[in-house]
Design a protein around this ligand. Structure first.
Ligand code: F0G
Length: 477
């Protein structure tokens, strides 16, 4: 077990000056000792660390952490918190269908309080045995909801195209569908691919995946959480769509799918909300004719009336105002270039980052970070990096051996995933360049002392699904 004093040197080694902008409350009044005590109490779990102790660098997630625009704020004040059919509801349906280019009378829309609830409801209603859903990659909560409902979540990533490392492996997809197509209710394309570095998928790849799905009479769905960021990469890098507007690209993306799940906490630019949209002619509804009714039934029973579905009137108004803004170059250029600048800053400091940079986050390659040290993958070095950074008031999250790995109680061994990253996700509209330089400097200080970092030993909830949310660790040498 590591003593507090052992860890304190990571703070004193290098103390960059944080720049605290007007949007970030000055919480830097806490001492390193106080943070250390709080982190030990939290079992070094980043989710449990008090956010008030952070110092201008909370890059745990880009989800629900968006700073609302003045226009969104104004719209929220106009919200109608009625129990049935508040006036924002009709506006939301109009805005959503206009944004994605799907006419309202051609689809069924279900609102939920956030996307993981959408996923649970959808996956729990799929029929067949066994059920397989192939994807470019499932994100952790999506996978957990699929698996909790006995659905096999099959990752088939294709990272061979540099600009579109979020593609799906078309040959592998074809093989899966050839062997099992009656067991595949839909193919899921996650845009952008959060598990694989926030990387985009190309329209060419989406079109081909959709053709394969349809040739097998199955549906093509999007996990559309970061659809606008994905569209921006298509506009920049896919030759056939150079010169297209973001809106035109978004319409093309959604014209290919038979339905989608979305968390408005990302590219809805809101703090809460999720939805499921299914086109009326989706092959899934041919296979499961009663699905529409059953989904509405469970929505009403567990989330609320279809006209709010667990989202408050205020949050509905924030989404109504957020959707048209998220598809503008005015917004997206600044957003993704900020991620790019931050990644470049870290790269120039020598920190091993994943390239190209994604749309919402910079991913540090944990295996390269520790490649010249004695840290083994099962020592969860990524957890240790995140733990030590808490002392500096900086919060990142591990997306690698711990978050995506599994403990096998039969062999008492870890089943380790291929990808092993630490993610620095940028909340939308929140931080300025100096804030991010501070984070980069803190990471660099830890990187320089990587040989001295402790191992992270899980001492609680190692065998739970989504264990990264609840586990506690001890840091040991
Ligand atoms: N799908 C993807 C690709 C996601 O990134 C997330 C959430 C979800 C689904 C679930 O959405 O939070 O509304 O339930 N990702 C967040 C993250 C939590 O930090 O990347 P939700």
């Amino acid at each position: 077990m590591t003593r507090e004093t052992d860890l304190m040197r990571f703070e004193t080694a290098h103390r960059p000056r944080p720049h605290v902008n007007a949007l970030v409350r000055p919480h830097h009044l806490f001492t390193t000792e106080q943070r250390c005590t709080a982190a030990i109490k939290a079992g070094w779990n980043v989710f449990k660390f008090p956010s008030k102790m952070l110092m201008g660098g909370d890059l745990l997630s880009d989800s629900g952490t968006t700073t609302l625009t003045v226009d969104q704020d104004a719209m929220m004040r106009k919200a109608d918190e009625a129990y049935g059919n508040n006036w924002g509801y009709e506006q939301l349906l109009d805005r959503l269908t206009e944004t994605v280019g799907i006419p309202r009378d051609e689809c069924h829309i279900y609102l939920f309080h956030q996307c993981r609830r959408v996923e649970d409801v959808l996956y729990s209603h799929l029929r067949g045995a066994p059920i397989i859903v192939p994807s470019n990659s499932f994100f952790d909560t999506t996978r957990a909801n699929a698996e909790a409902n006995n659905v096999q979540a099959l990752d088939l990533p294709d990272t061979s195209v540099h600009e579109f490392k979020g593609n799906i492996d078309l040959d592998a997809l074809e093989r899966v569908l050839d062997a099992n197509h009656s067991n595949v209710p839909f193919v899921l394309m996650t845009v952008t691919n959060n598990t694989g570095g926030g990387q985009p998928a190309s329209l060419d790849n989406m079109q081909a995946a959709r053709n394969i799905a349809h040739a097998n009479r199955t549906s093509f769905f999007l996990d559309a959480c970061r659809f606008a960021e994905n569209a921006w990469f298509i506009q920049q890098h896919e030759k056939a769509y150079a010169g297209w507007s973001i809106t035109a690209i978004v319409h093309k993306m959604f014209s290919l799918c038979d339905g989608f799940t979305i968390s408005f906490k990302k590219d809805g630019l809101a703090n809460m909300g999720g939805a499921l949209l299914i086109k009326k002619d989706a092959p899934l509804l041919v296979r499961q004719k009663d699905l529409v009714k059953k989904l509405r039934r469970i929505q009403t029973r567990t989330e609320g009336h279809e006209s709010y579905g667990g989202i408050s009137g205020r949050d509905i108004m924030a989404i109504v105002e957020g959707l048209p803004y998220v598809v503008t170059n005015q917004y997206l250029d600044g957003r993704i270039e900020q991620v790019h600048d931050f990644g470049t800053y870290m790269k120039e400091l020598g920190i091993p980052v994943l390239e190209p940079f994604g749309g919402h986050a910079v991913y540090i390659d944990t295996d390269r970070f520790f490649s010249d040290t004695r840290m083994r993958r099962e020592d969860f070095g990524g957890i240790a990096v995140c733990a030590v950074l808490l002392l500096k008031g900086v919060r990142l999250c591990e997306l690698g051996c711990f978050a995506f790995g599994k403990y096998d109680p039969d062999t008492d061994k870890e089943i380790l995933p291929e990808r092993n990253y630490i993610r620095a996700a940028l909340p939308r509209g929140k931080y300025e360049r100096d804030d991010l330089c501070y984070v980069g400097d803190c990471i660099k200080a830890v990187y320089d002392r990587r040989f001295e970092l402790p191992c992270a030993v899980p001492v609680f909830d190692r065998d739970e699904p989504l264990r990264n949310f609840t586990a506690r660790f001890e840091l040991t040498y």
